[in-house]
Design a protein around this ligand. Structure first.
Ligand SMILES: [Zn+2]
Length: 162
C-alpha cells in the first residue's frame, strides 16, 4: 500500500514539474526582447525628463545597435548602454544629430550642423556646452563617414556661429 501511494505521488509530481518549468520558460522568453527594444511613439520619448520628438518618428531604445544612436529612416534608435552616463546636453545632441539625418540627409557634417543649430535656437545647447562636446569627441578618431571628433567639433562651432 505504502509503495503504491509513493509511486502515485511521484507520478503526479513529474508532470507538475514539467509544467512549471515550461511556464517559466514561456514567461522568460519574451523578457529579453522587451529589454532590448522599447518603442516610444512620437511625442512619448523624453531624455532625462526633457520631451524630445523628431517629426512623426518613433524612438526605439535598444542595446542591439553597433553605435550610440542611429536613424534607420523609420525610427530614431538610442542605445541605453552608451547613453546612460552622458551629460543631458550630450544625450540631446546625439538625439538631435540622428533627427538631423531626416532633415539634412546622410551627411554626418550636415546632421551635426543641423543638431547644433537646433540646440542653439531651442536653447538647450548653450555656448558653454561646447566644453562637454570637446571632451566627448577628443579621442574620437572618426570613421569612413565621420570626420575625426575634433574636426566635427570645429565644424559645429562654425555652424553655431553662422
Ligand atoms: Zn550620423
Amino acid at each position: 500500500m505504502f509503495f503504491s501511494y509513493a509511486k502515485r505521488i511521484a507520478g503526479q509530481a513529474a508532470p507538475f514539474l514539467t509544467a512549471a518549468l515550461f511556464g517559466l520558460l514561456t514567461l522568460a522568453a519574451p523578457a529579453p526582447a522587451q529589454a532590448q527594444a522599447q518603442v516610444y511613439g512620437p511625442g512619448q520619448f523624453a531624455i532625462d525628463g526633457i520631451p524630445v520628438v523628431c517629426g512623426g518618428m518613433p524612438t526605439v531604445v535598444t542595446s542591439n545597435i553597433p553605435d550610440m544612436a542611429m536613424n534607420n529612416g523609420q525610427a530614431i534608435l538610442m542605445n541605453p548602454m552608451a547613453l546612460g552616463h552622458l551629460p543631458t546636453v550630450l544625450k540631446l545632441y546625439v538625439y538631435a544629430h540622428e533627427c538631423g539625418h531626416s532633415v539634412a540627409g546622410a551627411s554626418e557634417v550636415a546632421a551635426d550642423c543641423w543638431a547644433i543649430r537646433t540646440g542653439r535656437d531651442q536653447g538647450w545647447f548653450p555656448p558653454q556646452a561646447f566644453q562637454l562636446l570637446i571632451a566627448f569627441f577628443r579621442n574620437n578618431p572618426g570613421s569612413l563617414r565621420h570626420p575625426p571628433g575634433p574636426q566635427r567639433v570645429q565644424n559645429m562651432m562654425a555652424c553655431y556661429q553662422s
